[in-house]
Design a protein around this ligand. Structure first.
Ligand SMILES: [Cu+2]
Length: 474
């Protein structure tokens, strides 16, 4: 398999370049090889001597990057060696409903010992990811970046690097199932006195989440033993940043290096420069950075929580900032006004054709109710109940109306919506942060028939009921 420099760099973009074995992760342009993803228990080294027993795909966290060109056919068989059923959801991709990986709604969950073949054309270029849609599996180690290339990619950068951020607790004396059971027993937090506490530097309010995590990871490593990548000075790098967390939004920045954000949730935006970007669970941002002649860390600060995640970009083999400097940078990140990707403007070619909505769904987000349930329109998710009926071929509006004191990253399957700002259309997205007591308006066309779940991407809110689904036929 001949590798040009570009392909080689791409192949190494997730794991250590020295590993070599990751080269199998690359798919040759024009020849996407059929592959199997095996979901199984695995012992994973998070660095610094920390080895956790978790569930992972192909015994790696993150799993091998899946990389195709737009219009190619993804063909991957899930082999489930877990002790419970599982699926794969292809987050952000507008694909046929029966490939969407939602148990009961779109397929029967894949039983232990069984396999299921996912095969579909990848419709849009961009940064996506894959994860299960069963129980609390999203907060284990089961996830992979899905990168869909466009022929025009690469004109404005030299290299690219996928940056997957995660909050981690599995195998540290607890696991997501135990955490959820504990929330059911004790998760009713006292109301915050004085309201949610939203401010420019705290745009999601004071409540950062329901779960405490001992570790925060970038590309599967703790910050005391981060992954490092070597670059020459002046290199322009497209970072493809994915928040794979279960209960944590992250502020992402690099000391002294501005981020030029070019895409969110796969789709292009009018580029905007920022010192830090805020990503809810499930959201992605692509940002181009230009390295100077010194090494720098990529830092992800968990919103409203202590700690941080780190990855190092090494230039001229110079040492990266020490822990005290990184911690000072984390403190400065936490006091900044971060960029919310929903405020970005779409490029001309990526706006929806202007049209008033012909149908509107109001989704009121509420909770927590005893015993730790989160609801939409006063109900917990029931995949066997009828879905919200919508008509095909219509401009459709969802209003996510947050009546709770906590933020929710709301995700719609099978479509990319256009966030509506007070002054007109904003970015195309599939996951959007809805701050406490705020309303976010999202328009899309019903052009992909099926049963499509929309849910909070907080793993524990989803499991506690915060989902509903739309339903239409062609
Ligand atoms: Cu939520």
């Amino acid at each position: 398999m001949p590798l040009d420099r570009r392909t080689f760099l791409r192949a190494g973009s997730i794991g250590a370049l020295a590993g070599g074995a990751l080269l199998t992760a690359c798919s040759r342009p024009g020849q996407p090889a059929p592959a199997t993803i095996t979901a199984a228990a695995a012992d994973i080294d998070l660095g610094a001597g920390i080895v956790v027993s978790t569930w992972a795909w192909d015994r790696q966290v993150p799993a091998n990057e899946i990389r195709l060109s737009r219009g190619q056919t993804l063909n991957i068989t899930l082999s489930n060696e877990l002790p419970e059923p599982s699926t794969i959801h292809w987050h952000g991709l507008a694909i046929p409903n029966d490939m969407d990986g939602v148990p009961i709604l779109t397929q029967q969950a894949v039983a232990p010992g069984e396999t299921y073949r996912y095969q579909f054309v990848v419709p849009d270029a961009g940064t996506y990811w894959a994860h299960p849609h069963f129980g609390s599996q999203l907060d284990r180690g089961l996830y992979a970046p899905v990168i869909i290339e466009d022929p025009a990619d690469g004109a404005d950068y030299d290299d690219e690097l996928t940056v997957v951020i995660d909050d981690w607790l599995d195998g540290t004396g607890t696991n997501p199932n135990a955490v959820f059971e504990n929330l059911r027993r004790t998760g009713m937090k006292p109301m915050e006195p004085g309201g949610p506490g939203v401010s420019p530097t705290m745009p999601l309010g004071k409540d950062g989440g329901d779960v405490s995590y001992p570790y925060f990871l970038i590309n599967g490593r703790v910050p005391t033993d981060p992954r490092a990548f070597d670059y020459p000075p002046g290199r322009r790098i497209r970072l493809r940043i994915i928040n794979a967390g279960g209960d944590t939004a992250f502020r992402v920045g690099i000391p002294g290096v501005p981020l030029l954000v070019t895409h969110t949730d796969g789709f292009p935006v009018i580029p905007r420069q920022t010192d830090s970007v805020l990503l809810g669970m499930g959201e992605r941002a692509d940002a181009i950075i230009t390295l100077a002649d010194s090494s720098v860390p990529v830092v992800a600060a968990p919103y409203g929580k202590d700690g941080y995640a780190q990855l190092n970009l090494r230039v001229n083999n110079a040492p990266t900032a020490g822990a005290a400097d990184v911690q000072r940078f984390v403190a400065s990140l936490n006091n900044q006004v971060p960029l919310d990707t929903a405020t970005l403007q779409p490029t001309d070619t990526d706006t929806l054709a202007p049209a008033p909505p012909s149908q509107t769904l109001d989704l009121r987000l509420g909770g927590p109710l005893a015993p730790y349930t989160w609801v939409i329109n006063d109900a917990v998710y029931d995949p066997l109940a009828p879905g919200l009926p919508v008509s095909p071929g219509q401009r459709t509006r969802i209003r996510y109306i947050n009546e709770s004191m906590m933020f929710h990253p709301m995700h719609l399957h099978g479509h990319t919506f256009e966030v509506q700002g007070p002054d007109g259309p904003r970015a195309r997205k599939d996951t959007v942060l809805v701050p406490p007591l705020a309303t976010v308006v999202a328009d899309f066309d019903t052009d992909n028939p099926g049963k499509w779940i929309t849910h909070c991407h907080n793993e524990y809110h989803l499991e506690a009921g915060m989902a509903t689904y739309l339903q239409y036929t062609a």
